[in-house]
Design a binder for this molecule. Structure first.
Ligand SMILES: NC(=O)c1ccc[n+]([C@@H]2O[C@H](COP(=O)([O-])OP(=O)(O)OC[C@H]3O[C@@H](n4cnc5c(N)ncnc54)[C@H](OP(=O)(O)O)[C@@H]3O)[C@@H](O)[C@H]2O)c1
Length: 338
């Protein structure tokens, strides 16, 4: 068994990871950790998440982030970006494989001051980081020591648009529009006035300024116009993506491109008939994708749906680790994950 520690186990991403590690046939739980000032320190995990009473009763331990000591093979970091930024190199120095759910290792250093509000101080670790989107980066992930799990919106948009960009099916100079609605768990466990369930209706936010926009540009391979929308529900993202097709592109070509792109992708369900929905993917590790061409206008529409806490975060982190460890991508991630 490969021993996996979860840092940030009190939060939503960490809690999903604990569940996934528990049910994974080749991973074992090497410990659940939080920062010293966390109110979760010393509590049983099942006291925070009672649905796991009798299953995950381990105590949540304190980790000294300044000088961490961990008896594990792998560390999952489900932490704020700044905390991951500092902790990841220390865990790499201990010889662990690190899988980071934050945005700290996904972009180029120069993107961080403008989009994350801090200078990137860990050039060596950043240079070693491999983007954890197994559908496109499996060969590099097989060798990775530091895996940067993608953002939730970025996963939905990239799986929807990258095959079209790579195949050259978009009109020259096209800037795809990404309109994506997310449930409130995308903002993490700590509520704010903006994410409180009584305040949320259906509202765009950070229009064209969201930190996932540069990440989309980098991994889709084209600039996009991204409008995130917060929806009044718990979990799941539906991304609706639009772009003009190159003249002469046919619907058959579009479907063939997606069918080929995801032929060996066990956690992407492309269908040329079925429209994705949040309900069809919540509590699963799948991303559902559907594309169609409007012959009258030459516009492409691609819809993708995923569970932001699973294919958008923790399940994708496990999927990337599976690749790193030489397991099947979907090991421990299929069947109902509720
Ligand atoms: N939620 C999603 O859908 C999603 C999707 C993809 C990626 N992500 C990324 O995954 C990471 C975790 O997100 P989440 O949704 O799980 O957040 P969360 O529910 O707010 O949990 C954050 C965790 O980090 C700990 N923490 C908070 N401040 C800290 C600090 N200064 N130093 C060390 N630990 C600290 C929290 O512990 P205490 O508060 O108990 O101290 C908690 O365990 C974030 O970087 C997020 O951007 C989230």
């Amino acid at each position: 068994m490969v021993r996996a520690a979860i840092i940030g186990a009190s939060g939503y991403g960490g809690a999903e990871l604990a569940r996934l590690v528990l049910r994974h046939p080749k991973l074992s739980l090497a410990g659940l950790y939080v920062q010293p000032s966390s109110s979760a320190a010393g509590q049983a995990f099942s006291a925070l998440y009672p649905r796991h009473a009798g299953e995950i009763d381990e105590l949540i331990q304190v980790l000294d982030f300044a000088a961490p000591v961990l008896d594990a093979d792998v560390a999952f970091l489900a932490l704020p970006h700044e905390a991951s930024l500092e902790l990841a190199p220390k865990l790499l120095a201990l010889g662990l494989i690190v899988v980071d759910l934050s945005g700290a290792y996904r972009l180029a250093a120069e993107d961080y001051p403008s989009h994350y509000g801090f200078e990137h101080t860990q050039a060596d670790a950043l240079a070693r980081a491999v983007y954890g989107l197994p559908e496109f980066y499996a060969p590099a992930l097989a060798e990775a020591r530091l895996i940067a799990a993608p953002g939730c919106y970025v996963t939905a948009a990239t799986l929807a648009l990258r095959p079209l960009v790579a195949a050259g099916l978009l009109a020259e100079g096209a800037v795809p529009i990404v309109h994506a609605v997310s449930g409130v768990s995308g903002a993490g466990k700590t509520p704010s006035a903006k994410t409180h369930v009584c305040e949320v209706s259906l509202e765009p936010y950070n229009v064209f300024g969201h930190r996932h926009q540069p990440e989309m540009r980098r991994y889709i391979g084209a600039p996009v116009l991204f409008t995130p929308v917060l929806g009044h529900y718990q979990r799941g993202i539906l991304a609706s993506c639009y772009a003009p097709a190159k003249a002469g592109v046919t619907a058959e070509q579009v479907h063939a491109v997606f069918a080929e792109a995801y032929a060996d992708a066990p956690l992407v369900r492309y269908s040329d008939k079925r429209l994705p929905s949040v309900g069809a993917v919540e509590y699963t590790a799948y991303c559902d994708v559907h594309a169609r061409l409007d012959a009258a206008t030459g516009q492409l529409a691609v819809f993708s749906a995923l569970d932001n806490l699973l294919k958008g975060a923790s399940a994708q982190a496990v999927q990337a680790l599976n690749v790193r460890l030489g397991f099947a991508q979907e090991l421990g991630l299929t069947g109902g994950l509720q």
